[in-house]
Design a protein around this ligand. Structure first.
Ligand SMILES: NC(=O)c1ccc[n+]([C@@H]2O[C@H](COP(=O)([O-])OP(=O)(O)OC[C@H]3O[C@@H](n4cnc5c(N)ncnc54)[C@H](OP(=O)(O)O)[C@@H]3O)[C@@H](O)[C@H]2O)c1
Length: 257
């Protein structure tokens, strides 16, 4: 059955696809018909994921990527533009955190590591993607940011991470405004808490029980909870959406009392 969420014939590049969300997103998008290009530094994990997707009948390519390196980003995006003549969607998903530190206890290396990986890279990937869309006369494009509910609400000890996500959500809105003239849409997913390497420190700590009780749905997210919102933003189902931030958090940001 054709649905507006169909990804047939679309080429999608995902940063940070060696684990967690990006690893999951690659399978979801491939199952919906997309050709997916998986980028990250751990090439062995990418190769294993590509093999899984191909075994399931999907189309996938692994590409070594460090989002802190301009040349590496260019080479990654060019797989889509040069091999397929187009890159329909790019997902800025790569992200890191600095451990349970505060503004007072991080040092400049922590700041640069988190801000360069989470925020600067999302700008640079989007800028170079826009160059490619225009150079290849693609007629439009689609950028998805993986932000976080820490963009607006946070807890102590997430200093550089939450700052990066606040910037990413603002970037989504400003970029949407500026990219509309190129027919490039820019939207964000803002997940709540899901167990991955980024959240493990908190969700496996003794404080985790109380923390999860603060989520109205009384549970952390499971990867499939993101499938519908992801397919909405990646597909033509969201053709008139740009500058939107989709919160997927079991009601966590509503829980203010
Ligand atoms: N888990 C949550 O609760 C949660 C909630 C909201 C938002 N998020 C966001 O979701 C995104 C994915 O994180 P995750 O939770 O899935 O954690 P994860 O499993 O640790 O995934 C992070 C991914 O980013 C990649 N990465 C890190 N530095 C990179 C670099 N310099 N160049 C290229 N890739 C790089 C990692 O791959 P390599 O190490 O192989 O390079 C990995 O694939 C992040 O932006 C995170 O902030 C997570």
């Amino acid at each position: 059955m054709q649905t507006p969420f169909n990804m047939q014939d679309k080429v999608v590049a995902i940063t940070g696809a060696s684990s967690g969300f990006g690893h999951h997103f690659a399978g979801v998008l491939a199952a919906a018909g997309a050709t997916v290009i998986l980028g990250a530094r751990r090439e062995d994990k990418l190769a294993a994921r590509v093999a899984e997707i191909e075994a399931a009948g999907g189309k996938a390519i692994a590409a070594s990527l460090d989002v802190r390196e301009r040349n590496s980003i260019s080479a990654f995006l060019n797989i889509g533009f040069e091999r397929f003549g187009r890159l329909d969607v790019v997902i800025n998903n790569a992200g890191v955190e600095a451990g349970a530190k505060t503004y007072h206890t991080i040092d400049e290396d922590d700041w640069n590591y988190v801000l360069d990986t989470n925020l600067k890279s999302a700008w640079l990937v989007s800028k170079l993607y826009t160059d490619g869309v225009l150079a290849h006369k693609q007629g439009g494009g689609n950028i998805i940011m993986v932000s976080s509910i820490t963009d607006t609400r946070t807890i102590k000890g997430q200093f550089p991470y939450a700052v990066s996500k606040g910037g990413m959500t603002r970037m989504t809105e400003v970029m949407a405004l500026e990219a509309a003239k190129y027919k490039i849409r820019v939207n964000a997913l803002a997940p709540g808490y899901f167990l991955t390497d980024v959240s493990r420190l908190l969700l496996e700590s003794p404080a985790a029980g109380d923390f999860v009780n603060g989520i109205p749905m009384r549970r952390t997210g499971e990867f499939p909870d993101l499938d519908g919102p992801l397919l909405l933003l990646a597909s033509d189902a969201s053709n008139y959406m740009t500058g939107s931030v989709l919160t997927v958090d079991g009601g966590h940001v509503c829980a203010s009392l």
